[in-house]
Design a protein around this ligand. Structure first.
Ligand code: HEM
Length: 218
């Protein structure tokens, strides 16, 4: 089912649903008595959700043995960027009225804005190089190395969220735990794969060292 075109379209529409909901409320001017806060929170929430979903794809496909899940990772990552862009635009336009001086001052002065800004800036190269053409141009290994930045963005997003909440830290802690577990899983897998590769190389060498010709030399 995961390979079907209609299923991919369905997932795409589900990812777009929050934006459609927001558009609808915008159209009806139904944005609560504090529209700025509503917009910032709505778009910020969906940015961090899609970041976590993107980070979860690889561990989930390995744990549940569903390799085809990989077909959706790029889409989820691009939706994280899409909601992140809406979030940033909300800040630029509704919060700062595109006042460049005020924006630069705010990014430099308020640590939670600095961290959020860093997280968003790191998403830019990931979104730009998400195409097959860029994977070819950069080469698989360099591309993969670059795309590990998504973990830094995830951590930045969590720190940003943690710093901005005033009292109830349950949600930032939940996202923080999820990002930590996913990061640790990734590191553990990478180390295990390296150990296997080293073991494999040594295993391949072993028969040669035990071969009669080699044995004669030792
Ligand atoms: C990786 C990028 C980012 C993520 C994941 C993210 C996530 C979030 C989240 C989850 C919230 C709180 C939502 C809630 O309370 O329901 C939030 C609020 C906010 N974010 Fe971000 N954000 C990011 C980038 C940015 C950037 C680039 C800016 C501006 C430069 C920014 C400015 C704000 C502001 C002003 C708020 C509202 C603060 C308040 O209500 O006091 N964020 N963000």
């Amino acid at each position: 089912m995961l390979r079907r075109k209609w299923f991919k379209l369905l997932v795409f529409l589900c990812c777009l649903a929050p934006a459609a909901h927001l558009g609808w409320r915008f159209w009806r001017m139904d944005l609560t008595p504090n529209p700025l806060e509503f917009l910032e929170h709505f778009t910020g929430d969906w940015t961090i959700r899609f970041l976590v979903i993107t980070l979860a794809v690889t561990p989930v496909r390995r744990l549940l043995h569903v390799p085809d899940l990989i077909r959706f990772r790029r889409m989820f990552g691009l939706f994280a960027f899409f909601y992140g862009s809406l979030h940033f635009l909300t800040y630029l336009y509704f919060d700062q009225l595109f006042n460049v001086h005020a924006i630069v001052k705010d990014v430099a002065k308020r640590p939670f804005i600095t961290v959020g800004f860093t997280g968003f800036v790191l998403m830019l190269p990931l979104a730009l190089t998400s195409t097959a053409g860029w994977i070819r141009r950069l080469g698989g290994r360099s591309w993969q190395r670059l795309h590990r930045l998504v973990y830094v963005t995830g951590v930045a997003g969590v720190v940003h969220y943690y710093w901005l909440v005033k009292s109830d830290i349950r949600l930032p802690l939940l996202y923080g735990s999820l990002v930590t577990v996913l990061l640790v899983a990734r590191i553990a897998w990478t180390l295990a794969a390296k150990t296997r590769a080293t073991g494999g190389r040594q295993g391949a060498m072993a028969p040669a060292s035990r071969s009669p010709s080699m044995a004669g030399r030792t």
